[in-house]
Design a protein around this ligand. Structure first.
Ligand SMILES: [Zn+2]
Length: 170
């Protein structure tokens, strides 16, 4: 089953519609700009709409793998994705503000639920701001940190320590 571009939010919730299937990266206008979009690149989607928790929401999982380009070395690397979605559907900004403390709201303007766009947005939010491959990530983690003034004692020169030790034993 393919993921619909858009459904009616109230109908999706009332019918407890489930959206399950593959979403190709190429069909996502914004996402395909942010990642390396091969013809085969796709996300597995399994989300549903219902109001079983007492309020209308869209929830489920989006998983898969996107290929990114490392900002440091330019190499392509795979970035696994496994997102748990839980969005509370609201109708306007006032409602959005009201639920913000308890849930992640999604504003279904005019009862429209743009399913693909919603998934795309969530995936974009989950991508690293600065994509870096694993080896660059390790390089950075292991690099000596920049010299900084600290109150900590500097490690003693081992020769100085040895000299002092020899002296005391003389
Ligand atoms: Zn790299």
């Amino acid at each position: 089953m393919s993921i619909p571009r858009e459904v009616q939010a109230s109908v999706a919730v009332a019918q407890e519609q489930r959206f399950q299937g593959e979403l190709t990266i190429r069909s996502c206008e914004r996402l395909r700009e942010a990642v390396i979009a091969d013809a085969a690149a796709a996300l597995q989607v399994d989300i549903r709409a219902d109001a079983r928790s007492g309020w209308p929401r869209v929830h489920g999982r989006v998983s898969g793998r996107v290929d990114l380009e490392c900002r440091r070395c330019g190499q392509r690397f795979a970035h696994p994705l496994d997102l748990a979605l839980d969005l509370r559907l609201v109708r306007d900004e006032a409602e959005e503000r009201a639920v913000l403390a308890d849930a992640e709201p999604y504003c279904a303007v005019d009862d429209r639920l743009p399913v693909r766009e919603l998934i795309e947005e969530e995936v974009l939010l989950a991508l690293p701001m600065l994509p870096r491959c694993e080896s660059c990530e390790n390089d950075i983690a292991n690099a000596p940190s920049a010299p900084q003034e600290s109150s900590e004692e500097k490690p003693e020169n081992p020769f100085a320590v040895l000299k002092r030790t020899l002296k005391t034993h003389q």
